[in-house]
Design a protein around this ligand. Sequence first.
Ligand code: LLP
Length: 440
Amino acid sequence: MPSPNQQIRPLTAQVNARGNLEIGGCDATDLVAAYGTPLYVLDEVTLRTACREYVETLKRVYPGEALAIYASKAWNMLALCALVHQEGLGIDVVSAGELVTALQAGVPADRVYLHGNNKSVEELTLALETGVTLVADNWWELHTLTELGVSLGTKPRILLRLTPGIECHTHEYIQTGHLDSKFGFDPTNLGDLFTFLEGNETLQAVGIHAHIGSQIFELQPHQDLARLLVEIYAKGLHFGLPFQELNVGGGLGISYTESDDPPAISTWVETVAAGVARACEALNLSYPKLICEPGRSIVGPAGVTLYRMGSQKVVPEVRSYVTIDGGMSDNPRPITYGARYTALVANKPEAAPTETVTVAGKHCESGDILLKDIQLPPTEAGDILAVFATGAYNYAMASNYNRLPRPAAVLVHDREATLVLKRETVMDLLRQDHLPERLT
Ligand code: LLP
């Protein structure tokens, strides 16, 4: 089976006997009839295949202990946390909200890692009370954790987040001594950090972490990162720190369009694991527990957003606009990053794409364009547009701009759809409002 991150569509996507797009055996037109639009559809086979490729490749190629943890910022939700946990992954969380969701989903605390460059005292306290590992980001956090650890009578278990000067711009990268980043400790000045930790009886510094970027197609930066981290890891051991874990972050890219060509999940894992193993052997170190933190490559390819198409506008000799009943509120990536996607008309997936159109969202903002100048067959109001590879950082970054309630999500598998996220209603939004009496 191909690696999910190299496919634009979910692995189970196909045209069915009715001539419609189906995912997980569910006809897209039936899904929207039952659940409305916009609708996020998550394909269980694609999700589980991606998880297994991480878990099985780590097991096959890395000589020491290893753990893949799902970077749930890509899409944190009970069903997803529970599913990746079933597949043997841990979870990376970045806030109390994500942390509580992971624990509520049944993920044991010893498989949860809390990130963040400005964790609140409440979040740090929650982490200590629940017993998760923290990825410590800065000096303020180390001091606060020490105080909290003493007052709560716990020994915070921490990894140190480092910014090792490998900077990725998706298709190129640079290595510098110092990195302009809001995250982590500068590894050019480790002496003070390691000395502080060595003399600190409260904090247990169990390892190091780095994350160099997202939607990366090159392997070389991660190979270089593996070597650099092992060197720092060795230095920590030399200072007498109880290091045992080495976390290389996430970042593997996925295919959004035909021109995207990421390496397979297995190739990425092989590169990272071999890089860490080789560097350990060169320094005569026993293998640390190797952790990686994929987000996008787990959930991105499994997601499809279904929209109902609406009005159309032709600007003669300039552009043809077609519209959908969502937009930048359910997928802010095009307006935020200029991200490009691939789409299909789900109720006529085999019709010849003879027209060049721009798919606009329904928000009161000219920049609310989901897909610019793409090829589609002739469409009309009522058609269903499927936009692929929308599982990662779509719902996670969704908003209520223009007071649009956020969409529902269904998990599809074996011809069955299960609601995993209820559609918001206008009443849900109004419930948060308070109208002071003096204004009525
Ligand atoms: N670990 C850390 C510490 C991270 O900051 C991230 C992503 C990941 C792991 C997961 O990276 P992934 O495997 O998903 O590339 N909103 C942006 C992406 C932001 C990524 C933030 N950090 C987007 O929509 O492209």
